[in-house]
Ligand binder design. Sequence first.
Ligand SMILES: [Zn+2]
Ligand SMILES: [Zn+2]
Length: 326
Amino acid sequence: MEARARSLLDAFVQDSPRHRAATRRPNDNSSSAKPWDSDDYAKRLGTFKPSTWFHRPRGLMADVCAQHGWINSSSDELRCVTCMATICLLLPSITDREEYERAAEEYEAKLKSVHRDYCVWKGAKAPDSFLFFPELSFDECVHAFRSRFSTIMKLRSHMPIISDDAMNQLSEINEESLKGLMEFLPHEKSDEDIVGCLIALCGWETQSLQSEAAHSNLLVCTTCNQKLVASDLLTIHSNEKDSRRGVPTDKCPFDVIGDHRPWCSWIAVNALNAKRPGWKVVVGILTESLAPTPVPSSQVGVAAPIRRALDDAKRLVQSFVPNKVP
Ligand SMILES: [Zn+2]
Ligand SMILES: [Zn+2]
């Protein structure tokens, strides 16, 4: 809905491109002037939200802007963390392709040129590698996967149900790989464990909401800084219960892929060199380590419950979400 509204807005906005010179004094916080610092890059990237930085061409996406020292200071506005220069970025309607692309190119040049002469970002940028999913060793990958899973399992009794769209994308993980992934985790082979595994696999972890009720948890991606309130999501159990009672609900399933911000390296296939999205990288690292030994006949049935639980989860979504917008 928001996306559609913003598209319409973009289609009617004919504001000419402009940028404003900042009147504030330069920021003397030296930590903001280190293009090579990946934590600073992550902080800058975390300021971008789809509600204030929406539908940008590749060269103006959040990760590219953050790479050149910019934060998203307000709607359609960038501010340099060091020299405080600002760029107000309003593109013409995409219906005039030529005009749109010309304006996009001009703005891309401004990401570099608008910095004040003394600014460290003039002629510098964070390394390209920051834009991609980080290279992880096998041990780092296992450790991070387990640690995300252990936080997700705090939701065991109200585990979110994964959306149909996400399940369709995740279905490229075959039974054997899924079984292998589960073996990295302490689990009880329940539906909740399998769903928890897939949520952790896609980069999510939980954080507690300090000031709220004890059961309130946030599902968080620390890469794109997306945060969802877990109690806003349909859960495996409430779903079964409400569907028996025919109770309508405004809760929605968890799109473990689409709920990341569009530029998140957990899901983004970077146009510059077509790297795989993060969740596929993690599947690769973890399953490539598995010895391709034939499965002993006594274990053949182990994968079947996993597949059945996934099919059950999918069926629940299909039977329960009425009038899905195509
Ligand atoms: Zn600057
Ligand atoms: Zn993310």
